[in-house]
Write a protein that binds this ligand. Structure first.
Ligand code: UDX
Length: 430
């Protein structure tokens, strides 16, 4: 078992640190945010991530998981140091590496000889080498930098850590690679060892491919709507082909979150710089931007003008099982509704407030008196909501469903107007 430091207690750092402690390592998580660290030391988990809070608490009790703001303390005793700080978007879409650089330089001041530095943050190809150079300029110690990208989905991050499809270890020194293999030795996940540049590319290419799959099915959904086919049936039939696979074929109002929008833009910048513009990926982003406006277009087609309409926006998180609203399609929809002088009110089971409009955790309250409702996130509390509730609470039961939560058949014989993605609209009882 190793003594490990994890720098950064954001989503990736906290999940990684907690899971490494569960594998039996002694982990110290470091962050400069004093309030966050104090609250973590008390066992409070700052994220809505299923299973994370109890796992964190049990590791704290077993004294395998510690939190500190003192980098020196954590780094001096560490044999392996994970860098898991953020790589936000620069104005031009490229990745901002200043937090990575800062972490690398600071840990260089205190680390021991032979330390293994593991780059977890999502970074453009070439960053492993850059980190090495930044550290070498400061430290006289011997050390290795290996790249070990994460593939954690919010909402199922613990499952993805322990039962992921692969662990990628990019290294230029077999011994350094082997040390990380041993850190993960309790896990049964297949390990792929690559060179560092390829490991960095695997992460970007994987996210770009998944984003492409979503934009592809969204484009198909616009077509199925035009020709009168049903996207759910089409996606099912496509997904049964194992070469295509059934996952990430859910048409909707576009991808959001902290990764896909940012990483696709960053890869476009990488491609531009490399002299090979990534035209396909630019189209993926265009399609996604248009998709985010789709429910508004449908409502405008239906009503002509949305001024003064009270709109129940159901679901604010960018997807279910998270309280994350970063790049959430719901937020751009609410902004657009406000530009059109409509009056949106949000419902979400875990997001308590947003800067844009009032939010309630009672779906009944939000639907009561609404002119129409728009589903943005397929939380079970939304997709399992009996249709009677729309009929009994709304001014007129008109539903725009951006996540195809309901089967079309459910509306037969009901007086609800239902518009969804890539399927025929149901106009209610005539
Ligand atoms: C993603 C990657 O899956 C993960 O491997 C990476 O490490 C981080 O980025 P995450 O952002 O948590 O994870 O969510 P994910 O489940 O991938 O969904 C991303 C977005 O795509 C969501 O907005 C989701 O609603 C949307 N989506 C996903 C679809 O619209 N249709 C689908 O079929 C799948």
């Amino acid at each position: 078992m190793r003594k490990i430091a994890v720098i950064g207690t954001g989503y990736v750092g906290l999940v990684t640190g907690t899971c490494l402690a569960s594998l039996g390592h002694e982990v110290t998580c470091v962050d400069i945010d004093e309030k966050r660290i104090a609250s973590l030391q008390d066992g409070h988990c700052p994220l809505h991530e299923p299973g994370l809070s109890p796992l964190m608490q049990s590791n704290i009790l077993d004294k395998r998981l510690h939190f500190t703001t003192v980098l020196q303390e954590a780094v001096q005793r560490a044999e392996a140091i994970f860098i898991a700080v953020g790589t936000p978007e620069n104005e031009d879409g490229s990745a901002d590496l200043s937090y990575v650089k800062n972490a690398a330089e600071n840990l260089s001041l205190y680390m021991n000889d032979g330390t293994l530095v593991i780059l977890k943050s999502t970074v453009p190809p070439g960053t492993n080498q850059a980190v090495h150079s930044w550290m070498q300029a400061i430290s006289g110690r011997t050390f290795h930098v290996v790249s070990n990208p994460e593939f954690l989905r919010e909402g199922s991050a613990l499952h993805d850590f322990f039962y992921g499809d692969r662990i990628v270890i990019g290294h230029s020194d077999a011994e350094a690679g082997q040390m990380l293999v041993e850190i993960y030795s309790k896990m049964k996940t297949p390990i792929l060892q690559t060179d560092p540049l390829s490991a960095e590319m695997i992460k970007y290419a994987s996210n770009a491919f998944l984003a492409t799959k979503i934009s592809f099915i969204n484009e198909i959904s616009s077509l199925t709507e035009k020709v009168g086919a049903d996207i759910e049936q089409v996606a099912q039939g496509m997904g049964m082909d194992r070469r295509i696979g059934e996952q990430f074929l859910r048409a909707g109002i576009g991808f959001g979150g902290s990764c896909f929008p940012k990483d696709t833009k960053a890869l476009i910048e990488v491609a531009k710089e490399a002299g090979h513009p990534f035209r396909l990926l630019s189209a993926v982003i265009d399609v996604n931007d248009r998709q985010k406006n789709l429910l508004i277009e449908k409502a405008l087609n239906r009503y002509g003008c949305l001024k003064g309409k009270r709109v129940a926006v159901l679901g604010l998180a960018f997807k279910p099982n998270t309280d994350d609203i970063r790049e959430s399609p719901a937020l751009s929809l609410i902004k657009r509704l406000q530009e059109l002088e409509a009056d949106p009110i949000g419902y979400d089971p875990v997001v308590k407030s947003i800067p844009l409009c009032p939010v309630s955790d009672s779906i009944h309250e939000v639907l009561t008196g609404a002119d129409f409702a728009m589903i943005c996130t397929d939380w079970p509390s939304i997709s399992d909501l009996p249709l009677d509730v729309y009929e009994n609470t709304m001014k007129e039961p008109v539903l725009f469903d951006g996540r195809n939560c309901y089967p079309q058949e459910a509306f037969q014989g009901r007086n609800i107007e239902y518009h969804s993605i890539g399927r025929r609209s149901y106009k209610g009882l005539e």
